[in-house]
Design a protein around this ligand. Structure first.
Ligand SMILES: O=c1[nH]c(=O)c2[nH]c(=O)[nH]c2[nH]1
Length: 302
């Protein structure tokens, strides 16, 4: 007999914008994309065509809008937790609520040397990410992150001493271009309830800013021996800076820039120390991933 061994459902790509009108006449804006997914006593919709326990995905979407009106949307960790816990409170047959939030950049414009009160710039595709899983009677797991942060350094990166055998063609290098699109996330110690998350709300923005600076500073300053080592140094520093973070994940593509031999054209020198013109590669790319946990924390790869 086939069995429904896992099911969840919800609304993805719910786009929400909220404005905050401040007393001094300035305005703040937040634009986000939300995904909600619910688990619980819902199997009979799949197996018996009985929808009585189905909170329609449209209802979930309307709830996102109502919660965004009734509650702060910043920090996104708090908003996602409010939303997830609302689903558990409102629907006794729902046992797990997953909420993810992607916050898009709207950076205040500087006009005539002054921050403009109500005009903003989309300065890049980088997003702030939050993933919350609230389990009935078990607490709320919050994961925060950065995605789409594209960086490049034109020197200060090496890669040598790697394993060589009959399949190896890559030469060793002590000076190469390093470029990656940072995806980083950090998992918070599990929260027992929404009040604890509310109490901690200041720490989420602070940690996001620190994680972003650590990522950028380490990328720029280290003479990197490998993407692997660089991401480990970043992870260690985030754990040191945020005592309530239990683990840090990085996913870093290695976006290659190939040297071009132009010696066929009048003996032009464009390799090694003479390399100036390179061919950026869209694919394939290296892909380096790791999870760094605090001492004693266990981890099983999925
Ligand atoms: O930093 C790197 N790590 C690797 O594992 C690797 N492999 C490769 O071809 N280039 C690189 N660079």
């Amino acid at each position: 007999m086939p069995q429904l061994s896992y099911a969840r459902y919800g609304k993805d790509n719910v786009r929400v914008y909220k404005v905050q009108r401040n007393e001094d006449g300035t305005q703040d804006v937040t634009e986000m994309t939300v995904c909600t997914l619910l688990e619980g006593d819902i199997a009979e919709s799949w197996t018996k065509a009985d929808n009585k326990n189905i909170v329609a995905t449209d209802t979930q979407k309307q709830t996102v809008y109502v919660m965004a009106k009734l509650h702060p949307v910043n920090p996104p960790e708090l908003f996602a937790s409010i939303l997830a816990n609302h689903f558990l409170k409102q629907y006794s047959h729902i046992s797990v609520a997953h909420v993810s939030v992607i916050v898009h950049r709207w950076t205040r414009l500087v006009v005539d040397g002054q921050p403009h009160p109500h005009s903003f710039l989309r300065d890049g595709d980088e997003t702030r990410t939050v993933n919350v899983v609230a389990r009935r009677e078990k607490g709320t797991k919050v994961t925060s992150g950065i995605k789409g942060l594209l960086v490049l350094k034109s020197t200060g990166s090496q890669f040598w001493g790697f394993h060589r055998d009959e399949y190896t063609r890559l030469p060793e290098t002590t000076d190469r271009i390093l470029s990656t699109e940072v995806e980083a996330s950090w998992v918070w110690d599990e929260y027992a309830n929404l009040d604890d998350i509310q109490r901690d709300q200041g720490v989420f923005n602070e940690t996001w800013n620190k994680a972003r600076s650590i990522t950028l500073d380490t990328f720029a300053k280290e003479n990197s021996p490998s993407v692997q080592n660089t991401m480990y140094l970043m992870s260690e520093q985030i754990l040191a800076a945020a005592p309530k973070v239990q683990s840090v994940d990085y996913t870093l593509p290695n976006k290659h820039y190939f040297e071009i031999d132009l010696s066929w054209f009048d003996g032009l020198k464009n390799t090694g120390k003479d390399a100036e013109v390179y061919a950026p590669q869209s694919d394939p790319n290296g892909l380096i991933q790791s999870t760094v946990t605090r001492d004693g924390a266990s981890f099983t790869s999925s």
